[in-house]
Design a protein around this ligand. Structure first.
Ligand code: G3H
Length: 487
């Protein structure tokens, strides 16, 4: 079913141009990218067909889906999640091959997504129970509820092609919107086993799934001005480009999860064993390809030498291998150009005075570059300024806590921070400042998105709108009410 797509409730087989999907993982001992399949290379015509189907299904708010009773919509979603569960093995395998995610992490992504959908259903029921209540103020009764926004264009990222995509798509659908979804370039085939589940669980036109390049598919949809919500997790360049295509972009609701440069701040009294463990997980889980990854470390100068030594040693002891191998922590990078990009960051930092602290740092294989721990990093270096989204870790030292705080205030990003230290009297006032710079402060633990019931957002260029089971339902809807007088 690789060449199938879903428009207006019909599962069609594509007979036009296709794009081959390769894995950077070899299927033999010799290195060679593995051909996994091919996907439709759609153009404007199909994109507009999908938009037409979504508009028709919404039907200016009169459609069967936006007016459907809550329990019926829930039944559709329950059917979908049931069907999805039968595809676990196939999807986990594709996660490993397409994006190089380790077996335990791939299983976790699948299971976490199922849990996300089930929690969304429960939260939606609660929303409905709340809406059943009436309010009375100054003699005016109000029946307050939440209504859909219209047509949602949804684009997911390659690093969590299931979980983060569904964190947009599922709440958008359940709130009564109609959707067009285009998967990312990597992690695209794993959507195909779910096409039938989408088709048979929801009325026609509610979910339309198209494939192709963003410029060929998403841009023409935006240009029509008929999209009500742009839902995207990825980079701000793509988000801005798409937003600007919309002729009335001021009317467009944005639900965006974008870049971050989350810092770790290590205070002089930090427990170093715990801090090293958390910094390893924070910087290098899934090779650092997470928007929530720790992307810069600030360590107090008094403990820098000891921290650096322990951290660098631990990085070199990590196991690299194919995703299904026991105990692997570092896996092939899905983007063929990523090792060369990381190398550029390393070269730039070294030219400007940084050293690689770990012996294996920067060693290449065809589909990987060993994480390089760079120290001392300064603010002129590209690795400080850019969101590396890969295996390279910049370390800076500080004497006065104002230094990392000033950097965070000047940064274009503001998602999370990790703070390591023991003295509660030093930490408590710091938290009061940190929460004004980012949206989540992690004490003695690395940054992360989960559990998915917690708000996931960011300040500045890191996000627009809030995700999480609870908040996403609100991000994809608007409060409406019916009022009547007591007369
Ligand atoms: O890329 C960003 C993801 O939301 C990361 O999620 O922190 O749970 O790995 P995570």
């Amino acid at each position: 079913h690789q060449k199938q797509y879903l428009i207006n409730g019909e599962l069609k087989t594509w007979d036009g141009k296709t794009s081959e999907v390769y894995s950077t993982i070899s299927s033999t001992d010799e290195y060679a990218p593995t051909l996994l399949g091919s996907i439709p290379d759609m153009e404007e015509k199909e994109a507009l067909e999908a938009l037409g189907a979504a508009l028709k299904a919404f039907d200016k708010g009169k459609g069967a889906w936006p007016t459907m009773r809550v329990n019926e919509r829930i039944e559709c979603m329950e059917l979908f999640v049931k069907k999805m569960q039968s595809k676990r093995e196939e999807i986990v395998k594709l996660l490993m091959w397409e994006i190089g995610k380790s077996l335990p992490d791939s299983q976790k992504e699948f299971d976490r997504t199922v849990e996300y959908i089930n929690d969304t259903i429960e939260d939606y029921k609660q929303l409905d129970r709340d809406a059943a209540k009436f309010e009375k103020n100054d003699g005016v009764y109000a029946h307050i509820r939440r209504g859909p926004l219209g047509v949602v264009l949804c684009l997911g990222p390659y690093n969590y092609p299931l979980n983060e995509t569904f964190a947009l798509l599922i709440p958008a659908i359940i709130m009564g919107n109609t959707t067009i979804f285009k998967p990312a370039k990597h992690g695209v085939l794993l959507i195909t086993p779910l096409l039938e589940a989408f088709q048979s669980s929801f009325p026609k036109g509610v979910v339309n799934i198209v494939f192709g390049r963003g410029r060929a598919v998403a841009a023409p949809i935006m240009k029509t001005g008929k999209v009500d919500v742009l839902a995207l997790i990825g980079n701000s360049k793509s988000a801005n480009a798409l937003q600007n295509q919309h002729p009335k972009s001021n009317r467009l609701r944005l639900v965006l999860g974008l870049e971050a440069k989350n810092p770790a701040i290590i205070l002089p009294d930090a427990d170093l064993d715990l801090t090293v463990d958390e910094c390893i997980a924070g910087t290098l889980s899934f090779n650092g390809q997470r928007c929530t990854a720790l992307k810069v470390i600030y360590v107090h100068e008094d403990i820098a030498e000891e921290f650096n030594k322990r951290f660098a040693k631990r990085v070199d002891a990590l196991k690299f291998g194919n995703p299904w191998e026991e105990g692997v922590k570092l896996t092939p990078l899905p983007e063929p150009g990523k090792p060369a990009y990381i190398q550029e960051l390393i070269d730039d930092a070294r030219e400007k005075g940084a050293r690689i602290l770990n012996k294996k740092g920067g060693q290449h294989s065809e589909n990987y570059i060993w994480p390089a721990i760079l120290y001392p990093v300064n603010k002129d270096m590209r690795v400080y300024k850019e969101e590396q989204f890969g295996p390279v870790v910049p370390i800076l030292t500080f004497k006065d806590i104002e230094e990392p705080l000033d950097d965070m205030a000047e940064s274009n990003y503001g998602q999370q921070v990790s703070l390591f230290g023991k003295d509660v009297y030093a930490i408590a006032p710091l938290i009061d400042t940190l929460v004004n710079l980012v949206c989540r402060v992690n004490l003695n633990s690395s940054c992360q998105r989960g559990p998915d019931v917690y708000p996931f957002t960011g300040r500045k260029d890191s996000a627009q709108a809030t995700l999480s089971v609870h908040d996403a339902l609100r991000s994809f809807s608007v409060r409406t009410f019916v009022a009547f007088k007591d007369n």
